[in-house]
Design a protein around this ligand. Structure first.
Ligand code: IPD
Length: 262
């Protein structure tokens, strides 16, 4: 699949930032970093990756805005377009030497995500999509799963940690959902949870308390792979409500009913 110039820039930027992250990850894996200093080491790797991405993406498109997890937001000269970037989604996995983390880059135009890259560098899996052009993993087209029954489906979520206020609501979600399904997974990287829904590896995903940079790219992957994405509160939007439900269209309503408790 040959993508637009913007998509090619995004893929190139992701590969470049990944080189630094992979190198630092090897040190974490091989315990070259003392556990005491690991948090600082990883946060330096995270910031360095964001700087690489920012230099490349804003270097190529200086008029676009910028919203990244680690650096200040920039309003672009072109107020209709902005990059939404998480340089290291799955930071806790990375810190613990778990090879499940990704770089997430989305391009938003007039409030809609139009291009997306989620790169799992440890497994060299490049997920990408453009609005209207389908979703891909490396060179293969992606399609959400075609499971029709909740009881056969598996779901991913993020369980709020470190005293986050959404925990009681998520425990209630789990209490309603787990008995009705084939199970729930907590892999620790929201961008990959969505990429896996797009790839049909998970049948659905939901989370409360997400940030736009965690999910912006993954949302387009799911939609372009034929799935549905909505906020949990029906009237609101995903970024504003900081909640998300995504699934294949056959199970979406049943799944959303359980999560919304309606
Ligand atoms: C986190 C991961 C995690 C999700 C959290 C996110 P980070 O992102 O995506 O799976 O449950 O909500 O904040 O902090 O690793 O970029």
């Amino acid at each position: 699949m040959s993508g637009s110039a913007n998509l090619n820039i995004m893929i190139k930027a992701a590969r470049k930032a990944a080189r630094g992250l992979v190198k630092d990850f090897r040190e974490v894996e091989n315990l070259q970093v003392s556990s005491k200093g690991a948090g600082d080491f990883v946060s330096r790797a995270d910031i360095a990756a964001e700087n690489t991405l920012r230099e490349m993406l804003l270097g190529e498109r200086p008029n676009y805005g910028w919203l990244g997890e680690e650096t200040d937001e920039v309003e672009g000269k072109d107020p209709t377009r902005r990059w939404i970037v998480d340089p290291l989604d799955g930071t806790t996995n990375y810190l613990h030497g778990l090879p499940h983390w990704a770089i997430s880059i989305a391009l938003e135009h007039k409030g809609e995500i139009v291009a997306a890259v989620v790169y799992d560098a440890a497994k060299d899996e490049m997920f990408f999509a453009e609005k209207g052009g389908g979703a891909f993993l490396n060179s293969s087209r992606l399609r959400v799963s075609d499971r029709h029954r909740l009881i056969e489906s598996i779901f991913a979520t993020g369980i709020p940690f470190g005293g986050r206020p959404e925990l009681p609501a998520v425990i209630q979600d789990l209490g309603r959902l787990v008995p009705a399904t084939a199970g729930v997974r907590r892999f620790g990287a929201a961008a990959l949870d969505l990429a896996y829904v797009a790839a049909g590896r998970f049948d659905g995903y939901w989370e409360r308390g997400i940030h736009s940079w965690d999910v912006a790219a993954g949302m387009l992957l799911v939609r372009e792979a034929g799935g549905l994405v909505e906020p949990i509160g029906e009237a609101d939007d995903v970024f504003g409500s900081r909640t998300i439900i995504a699934a294949n269209s056959a199970i979406f309503d049943g799944f959303a009913k359980v999560i919304r408790n309606t």
